[in-house]
Design a protein around this ligand. Structure first.
Ligand SMILES: Cc1cc2nc3c(=O)[nH]c(=O)nc-3n(C[C@H](O)[C@H](O)[C@H](O)COP(=O)(O)O)c2cc1C
Length: 125
């Protein structure tokens, strides 16, 4: 699913968090998951962001991806990815805050896709 609620939490150990809506179709799976992967989209991948935010579609149909070391999906040609082991889950309103310890991180050259004031954008510099 497309997630903008991603933040770094700690350097030692390396922790990140994602926030997942209780009403998301993947919520039940994700709330029981032991691992997840965050794919960081590059500026040309708006179509992927839209696709993974669409309700009910087969999001992986026709998409280039492979399995990461933890078995979750690594999308191809992204800016990078972060493989995580879930170490904590906190309920917060209508979302869960899922904290992951970074096991593998990979970064490629490029610029990120941004989401700002309800629209997709690119860095100017
Ligand atoms: C740019 C963008 C950012 C989003 N960020 C989040 C997020 O941080 N957490 C979340 O739970 N949903 C987020 N969503 C919504 C989910 O991607 C989307 O509602 C969900 O995948 C809808 O389909 P589903 O309920 O069938 O899973 C975001 C959507 C968009 C377009």
């Amino acid at each position: 699913m497309t997630v903008s609620a991603l933040a770094s939490v700690s350097l030692d150990p390396p922790l990140v968090l994602i926030c997942i809506d209780h009403s998301a179709s993947i919520y039940n799976t994700l709330s029981k998951a032991t691992h997840f992967i965050v794919n960081i989209l590059s500026e040309g991948q708006e179509a992927l962001a839209r696709r993974f935010a669409e309700r009910g579609s087969n999001r992986f149909a026709g998409i280039g991806y492979e399995k990461g070391q933890n078995g979750a999906a690594v999308l191809l040609e992204t800016l990078g990815y972060i493989e995580c082991e879930v170490v904590a889950l906190h309920e917060a309103g209508d979302h869960d805050v899922i904290v992951g310890e970074v096991e593998v991180a990979m970064a490629n050259e490029g610029k990120p896709l941004l989401y700002y004031r309800g629209g997709y954008a690119q860095l100017e510099r």
